[in-house]
Design a protein around this ligand. Structure first.
Ligand SMILES: NC(=O)c1ccc[n+]([C@@H]2O[C@H](COP(=O)([O-])OP(=O)(O)OC[C@H]3O[C@@H](n4cnc5c(N)ncnc54)[C@H](O)[C@@H]3O)[C@@H](O)[C@H]2O)c1
Length: 248
């Protein structure tokens, strides 16, 4: 078990990639706080975990609100005694072009994806520093490296911001035993990518050397590696999980 007794916070874990990360962390013996703003889905998860007698905290929290994030981190720290791992997975996407996108969509995407990630990093940094130990993994996107023609401009911009934030925090926190990395997925089968037309789906698969879409578990296993002690000499890395669509 790679995460025996490690305390982990996973944001956006009510569904999709975040849920897969949470399940894989549990498999590896982690103690988990599942964070999401979707209260209905969280309630279903809470009932499931109670039925299966899994030890997880299920906490509703909008990561764009620093007061909620600070309260959530406080609650986890007081209950579980440490915070070893933070996975900033929560994110949203909007479609459109520079001409059609609305200003409020730009603002919301930057607010959730970039500021939300910043809020969570800021809330755990002091605790991890005191522990002399911490692993932060941010969930970015290929769109942050090469742009994207179908998502509205804020999405790739927020993810490029996450890549820069990851490297900045990796430099600032390395001296305290804290590793900060990111995964950069592409074309993972979740509700986010279910919005694609059949034509777009075929186009995307044709552009992936491994010839298939990714599964949430493909991303989750890469995150597990980055938070494990096997990756202790890796920091500031933006790890591609994209079937070979971009090799950089
Ligand atoms: N699916 C893909 O193909 C793909 C590709 C590259 C990157 N990503 C990234 O992976 C991450 C997860 O994507 P997914 O496909 O599982 O998405 P998803 O939409 O299925 O899940 C995202 C989760 O984040 C939660 N969330 C949204 N706003 C929030 C907020 N303000 N506070 C707390 N939680 C919030 C949602 O309720 C949801 O449960 C995102 O950051 C996304 O940008 C996804």
């Amino acid at each position: 078990m790679k995460l025996k007794n490690k305390v982990a916070i996973v944001t956006g874990a009510a569904r999709g990639i975040g849920k897969a990360i949470a399940l894989i962390f549990l498999r590896e013996g982690g103690k988990l706080a599942i964070i999401d703003s979707d209260r209905e889905k969280l309630e279903i998860l809470r009932k499931e975990s109670e039925k299966e007698k899994k030890e997880v905290m299920v906490i509703p929290c909008d990561i764009t609100k620093s007061s909620e994030v600070n309260g959530m981190v406080d609650q986890v720290y007081k209950t579980l005694g440490r915070i070893d791992i933070l996975v900033n997975n929560a994110g949203i996407i909007r479609r459109g072009t520079i001409e059609t996108v609305r200003e409020e969509d730009w603002d919301r995407v930057i607010e959730v994806n970039l500021k939300g990630t910043f809020n969570c990093c800021k809330a755990v940094a002091g605790i991890m520093k005191q522990q002399g130990y911490g692993k932060i993994v941010n969930v970015s996107s290929i769109a942050g490296k090469v742009g994207d023609i179908t998502s509205a401009p804020g999405y790739g911009s927020s993810k490029a911001g996450i890549d820069a934030l990851t490297k900045t925090l990796a430099r600032q926190l390395a001296q305290y035993g804290i590793n900060v990395n990111a995964v950069s997925p592409h074309a993972i089968e979740t509700e986010m990518s279910a919005q694609w037309s059949e034509e777009r789906r075929k186009e995307v698969i044709a552009s992936i050397p491994l010839g298939r879409l990714g599964k949430p578990e493909d991303v989750a296993e890469a995150v597990l590696f980055l938070v494990s002690d096997e990756a202790s000499f890796i920091t500031g890395e933006i790890l591609d999980v994209n079937g070979g669509a971009l090799m950089d």
